[in-house]
Design a protein around this ligand. Sequence first.
Ligand SMILES: Cc1cc2nc3c(=O)[nH]c(=O)nc-3n(C[C@H](O)[C@H](O)[C@H](O)COP(=O)(O)OP(=O)(O)OC[C@H]3O[C@@H](n4cnc5c(N)ncnc54)[C@H](O)[C@@H]3O)c2cc1C
Length: 386
Amino acid sequence: MRTQVAIVGAGPAGLLLSHLLDRAGVESVIVETRSREYVEARIRAGILEQSTVDLLRDNGLGERLDREGDVHRGIYLQWPGERHHLDFTELVGRSVAVYGQTEVTKDLGRARDAAGQQIVYEVADTAVHDLETDAPFVTFTRDGETVRLDADVVVGCDGSFGPSRAAVPNPQTWERIYPYSWLGILADVAPSTDELIYAWHPDGFALHSMRSETVSRLYLQVPNGTDVADWSDDRIWSALSARFALDGWTLNAGPITEKSVLPMRSFVQQPMRHGRLFLAGDAAHIVPPTGAKGLNLAVADVALLAPALAALVRDEDSTLADTYSDDALRRVWRCTHFSWWMTTMLHTSTDPFDARLQLAQLRWVVSSEAAARELAENYAGLPIRF
Ligand SMILES: Cc1cc2nc3c(=O)[nH]c(=O)nc-3n(C[C@H](O)[C@H](O)[C@H](O)COP(=O)(O)OP(=O)(O)OC[C@H]3O[C@@H](n4cnc5c(N)ncnc54)[C@H](O)[C@@H]3O)c2cc1C
């Protein structure tokens, strides 16, 4: 097989990259280990920054998002006895949209179908080769046969466990493992709030998010190593009710349809390029989900990468490709800081001094317009070429 850009991974980064390349007249083939059904049903992120929404709209992907996505003007910050609203639209003139990663992935899948995109699902043994040459290639097996995919460029969009990251020799890496995880649930019940609630509580952080008018997404801070089997539905709802407790407000409980434990980690690998291999999305960086940045960073990476690769393979102009890694990493580190800051401000530890500092910081964010604006600007999202 031969194409201009070989993409490893059909998550949001890989699918959107192939879409943007196609609009720039560049061919690509995507290879993916999982089945299409699995990829489209994978429950993950759900908050789209303003820049992500604008980019999807500008590239013909906004129709269902505009119809079914829910625009949120801000978030609530809570600690025992108090809940405060931060209005991003008022503070920084930007908002976010609640629209599940599952839906973004389905929209991208349909757009790729319409364009006749080649996506090879259910491959195994993916490997990348000859990256220091102008003729890199990818190999994989499908139905027991080994296939070679030749290309001008290879892009690793294969997430945190894919092989592309390891193909960069001697990278610099930074990692922070947090001493807690999230127990996340999806429940068939109307959200009890119009916008997300981020709650600090001595028992641990809790987040009330949502996916639609009838589906709620909620998270509880739990210790690392937590086994979901130890958390019955009753135990989950009673912990959530305690952490979100506020006079005059009740949490609606309902049937839980999905439960999983998500460890919290920050990770950055640089550079995001080696020869003719480029990395994008979770393949190069991971953020804890507290700042809702993972999916948005993946989108921002490929928004920078698509024009860079189009210029490289179409016009043999490497100017943007040469600055891609530095350009992307500027935003990656800003979002890494924001995600770390939100995480450490809201998750409780056993240290009572830390708890006092967190409460002082939360109070500062809701009482100082300058502090509120800083959170709003980062949460609603910086421009792509920040
Ligand atoms: C379990 C989990 C839960 C999350 N929950 C949240 C959340 O609640 N809120 C939030 O904001 N963010 C969340 N995130 C983060 C967000 O979903 C990611 O940042 C986003 O998916 C990044 O997109 P991506 O395309 O870079 O990577 P991915 O979505 O991981 O896509 C990578 C793709 O590469 C494929 N792949 C892997 N190895 C190979 C291979 N060898 N060959 C071919 N293909 C391969 C994978 O199957 C996958 O389809 C979560 C992430 C994870 C992992």
